[in-house]
Design a protein around this ligand. Structure first.
Ligand SMILES: C[S@@+](CC[C@H](N)C(=O)[O-])C[C@H]1O[C@@H](n2cnc3c(N)ncnc32)[C@H](O)[C@@H]1O
Length: 234
């Protein structure tokens, strides 16, 4: 752990500027990103942990990038996908076409998913949550489109629970300087009404698989958490 426990990132002061800067970066690097994901075995191994957790028949992947993970499971489910970056969407469509697979892929924002409430059995989200400018908004919107009894499956970066120095070092010296926003993801998903399992799957505990189930009925006695960050409203 960092000496005083996890040092979670502050949310960016200007969420629009943060997302626009990320989006420009992804436009420049989309082709390179596609190659890196295809040839970097550790990345594929991390993402692959999501696969056994996916339940159908209806699945949504949010922020699929160039779509490597989509090509691993598209044949088995009725699949939709949303990503903000146009270049990423184009490459993902091409990757699915080449594999002879189908999915309804759209360009869109995690904060305003173009689907009705409770539409999907599973929502998948890998290596993207740390790039959203408002964690609470993103968690609420991802949870909104999960069916009661369904699940949200997230792979992303977080502090190792045991505070080991290698995992903590990766968070502090690699992910944060790269611009990733490190958050208490289990708390955010729990605030969004989900029951969260948190497995450490790599990077000395700094890469996590969160499987967040949506209860079929509101959990009795679940006390709403106080709002996090920013001034408290009376
Ligand atoms: C690091 S890539 C991860 C891609 C892929 N899921 C993976 O694991 O390799 C992050 C992706 O999130 C997308 N993204 C960033 N901000 C977004 C937003 N506000 N809404 C939807 N997608 C977003 C980017 O376009 C990019 O494709």
């Amino acid at each position: 752990m960092a000496p005083d426990g996890p040092q979670y990132s502050a949310e960016p002061a200007d969420p629009g500027a943060y997302t626009a800067a990320n989006d420009r970066w992804y436009t420049r690097l989309a082709r390179v990103y596609d190659v890196v994901v295809k040839v970097f075995p550790v990345w594929r191994r991390w993402l692959g942990h999501a696969l056994p957790e996916i339940r159908g028949p209806r699945v949504l992947e949010v922020s699929f990038g160039t779509g490597w993970l989509l090509t691993r499971y598209a044949g088995r489910f009725r699949l939709d996908g949303v990503d903000l970056n146009e270049a990423m969407v184009d490459i993902a469509r091409r990757n699915l076409d080449r594999a002879g697979l189908e999915a309804d892929l759209r360009q869109g924002d995690v904060e305003a998913l173009p689907y009705p409430d409770a539409a999907f059995d599973t929502v998948v989200n890998t290596m993207a949550f740390t790039g959203y400018p408002d964690g609470a908004k993103a968690a609420a919107e991802l949870a909104r489109v999960v069916k009661p009894g369904g699940r949200l499956v997230v792979v992303d970066i977080g502090y190792p629970r045991d505070g080991n120095r290698w995992g903590t070092g990766l968070v502090e010296r690699v992910w944060k300087p790269a611009g990733d926003l490190i958050r208490d993801v289990p708390a955010l998903l729990s605030d969004a009404g989900l029951d969260v399992r948190d497995d450490e799957i790599g990077g000395w505990g700094s890469v996590h698989l969160y499987v967040a189930a949506k209860p079929t009925a509101p959990t009795p006695g679940r006390a709403p958490r106080p709002a996090r960050g920013g001034p408290q409203r009376p």
